[in-house]
Design a protein around this ligand. Structure first.
Ligand code: SF4
Length: 96
């Protein structure tokens, strides 16, 4: 029966199986997988240094990590888990 599958469908099923196999590895590792959002970083002119007294730590969009010095996330950078509290971007807005 498997031989009756078209090559594209067979390849799709193989890729789907591989993707499913990776889910338990990611879940069981206990650690979030660090990632950056390169597209957002470029479009928002993200930089790893503050702009004067403006930085992510005092931006309304910043979600801090475990400690104030740890990497955090940004509400407008989906999937990016490596936002430095000392970074800055064009979307900076002061915390109220
Ligand atoms: S909007 Fe920009 S400055 Fe504000 S937390 Fe996100 S990356 Fe940092």
């Amino acid at each position: 029966m498997k031989d009756n599958l078209k090559p594209a469908r067979r390849q799709f099923l193989k890729m789907g199986g591989a993707a499913l196999a990776m889910i338990p590895v990611a879940v069981l590792s206990g650690n979030a997988i660090a990632a950056t959002n390169a597209g957002m970083r470029t479009s928002m002119k993200y930089q790893d240094t503050p702009n004067g007294d403006k930085d992510c730590a005092n931006c309304v969009q910043f979600v801090p990590g475990k400690t104030p010095k740890d990497l955090g996330t940004c509400k407008i950078f989906p999937g990016d888990t490596e936002i430095s509290p000392k970074a800055y971007c064009a979307a900076w807005a002061a915390k109220p």
